[in-house]
Design a protein around this ligand. Structure first.
Ligand SMILES: [Zn+2]
Length: 179
């Protein structure tokens, strides 16, 4: 067995928690965690937590967002910054709260509180089920007009009635039948 192979075995064992580790291996793990930068092409992108500021336009309004600690990937060579899905979600959340829009959780909770399926709520609101699903997953931010409609639908029984809502009596009888 060559020293190289031997080291590799120790390395594998340490990764699986079976053996010791040494500095050299730690460096190697860290080095392999660096990604190639799409801007300068150097293997110098790593995850860092830093203050992040950006301006995003939504519905024709510009929102200046300032996140005190966002986990991003930053290139130590050229300074380029990229956001992964989690970071993008945090920025979306900040935008929603700056614009005063319902959060994905609030939309899901409202839907469940009324005992509606995603498809039923989408039908009432006259939006595609796919669109509602994207709002509820947080991958799409609803426009202000839609946000207002969703809020009004959740808050106002009169509006639900106007949109063809039949007060659901099924919850009670179903319980009676079960018992
Ligand atoms: Zn770079």
């Amino acid at each position: 067995m060559t020293p190289e192979e031997e080291h590799d075995l120790v390395y594998k064992a340490s990764r699986s928690g079976l053996g010791g580790c040494c500095e050299w291996q730690n460096d190697r793990i860290l080095e392999s965690d660096k990604w190639i930068c799409g801007t300068c092409g150097k293997r110098a992108m790593s995850a860092v937590e830093r203050a992040y500021e950006t301006t995003i336009e939504h519905d024709g309004v510009e929102y200046k967002l300032s996140l005190p600690a966002l986990r991003v990937h930053e290139c130590s060579s050229c300074g380029a910054v990229t956001l992964d899905d989690d970071a993008n979600r945090e920025v979306s959340d900040a935008l929603r709260s700056a614009a005063g829009l319902l959060s994905p959780t609030q939309i899901r909770d409202g839907q469940e509180a009324l005992g509606l399926s995603q498809k039923q709520l989408a039908d009432f609101l006259k939006v595609g089920e796919h669109t509602l699903a994207r709002w509820e997953k947080g991958v799409q931010i609803q426009q202000m007009a839609h946000d207002m409609l969703v809020r009004a639908f959740f808050d106002l029984p009169a509006l639900r009635e106007y949109l063809g809502w039949m007060p659901v009596a099924s919850a009670q009888p179903r319980k009676a039948q079960a018992g």
